[in-house]
Each structure stands twice: as structure tokens, then as C-alpha cells.
Design a protein around this ligand. Structure first.
Ligand code: GDP
Ligand code: MG
Length: 160
């Protein structure tokens, strides 16, 4: 583990971030990855593939009773996504701010959705909504323990 409190370990906070199929089709992968890189978070995992229905349904299981659930699953499974894991203190909340509101028309300019999208059903990117879901979604999309552990050489220039 990275840091210790008393005799226990504190796990580094991670968020599961995904460029959705519209973001991949529109050629926005570099733009979106770049925003997290430039912010100073650490990339721990990244892969491009088309998710199956079961995976999409499990990922969005909390929304299974919503009227848009079927459309949401069809959207997420409609083509390749870029699945990523990003690490850093406060990364979950900060990533949600960088991403912006669910409805891109309400998202602030400067955010990914605010700058790059116009509709809730095509909002180009996903970000975990809690550290617990960051862990859950990472295990779901990457399998537990399968993301890379590494120390960026720039770490002392990002965190005192
Ligand atoms: P998020 O955490 O900001 O992504 O938003 P939610 O967790 O509430 O919803 C998950 C995803 O479902 C959103 O990012 C949208 O892609 C989709 N979604 C949410 N609400 C609606 C809706 O009212 N209509 C449609 N078509 N999609 C929705
Ligand atoms: Mg959500």
C-alpha cells in the first residue's frame, strides 16, 4: 500500500473513467485523456473494447428501473469504449467536476460535457460517483488487482 495510518494501509483513491462510444466515434479520446493527464492524476489502467450487455447492465444496475435503461445499455454497448482507471487524492470528486453535469446543456463551460456535448443520452464520458464505486467499477471492468501500480517520476512536482 502507498501510505500508512497507525498500523493499517490507506488505499490510494481511484476513479473509473470511461470514454463512451460517442466520444470514441467523435475522436475525443485524446482530448479527454489529456484533461486528466494535465490535471495531474495518474493513469492506472486503459483499454479499448466493445462491452457486452451483461457488463453494461451490471455497471448501471442502480438505474435498471429507469425508463431510459434499455437505451442506455444499447448506447454503451454500441461500439468501443475507452475504459480507464485514474488515481489521486480526491480524484473521484475532482473528476466529476472536470466531467460536468449529467445534462451537457447544464454543464459549465470548461468541463468535458460543457465543452463537447449537447445531450444527456450522448454525454461522452463516465466518472464514478464515490470512492466505493471507483473500486467497484474498476473491479468490474478490469478485474480485481489487474491495474498497474507505478510511481510517476513527476510526483514530487505535483504533490508536496
Ligand atoms: P452521471 O453519473 O452524470 O453519468 O449520470 P447518472 O448516473 O445519473 O446516469 C448515468 C448515465 O445514464 C448518464 O451519464 C447518461 O448517459 C444516462 N442518462 C441519465 N439520465 C438520462 C435520461 O434522462 N435520458 C437518457 N437517454 N439517458 C440518461
Ligand atoms: Mg452516475
Amino acid at each position: 500500500c502507498r501510505s500508512r495510518v497507525h498500523s493499517g494501509c490507506v488505499r490510494a483513491e481511484i476513479s473509473y473513467i470511461m470514454v463512451k462510444p460517442d466520444g470514441v466515434q467523435r475522436g475525443l479520446v485524446g482530448e479527454i485523456v489529456g484533461r486528466f493527464e494535465r490535471k495531474g492524476f495518474t493513469l492506472r489502467g486503459l483499454k479499448l473494447f466493445t462491452p457486452g450487455k451483461e457488463l453494461a447492465e451490471e455497471h448501471y444496475k442502480d438505474l435498471s428501473q429507469k425508463p431510459f435503461f434499455k437505451d442506455l445499455v444499447d448506447y454503451i454497448t454500441s461500439g468501443p469504449v475507452v475504459a480507464m482507471v485514474w488515481e489521486g487524492d480526491g480524484v473521484v470528486k475532482s473528476a466529476r467536476k472536470l466531467i460536468g453535469s449529467t445534462n451537457p446543456l447544464e454543464a459549465e463551460p470548461g468541463t468535458i460535457r460543457g465543452d463537447l456535448a449537447v445531450q444527456t443520452g450522448r454525454n461522452v464520458v463516465h466518472g464514478s460517483d464515490s470512492p466505493e464505486n471507483g473500486e467497484r467499477e474498476t473491479a468490474l471492468w478490469f478485474g480485481s488487482g489487474s491495474v498497474e501500480q507505478w510511481q510517476p517520476a513527476l510526483a514530487p512536482w505535483l504533490r508536496e
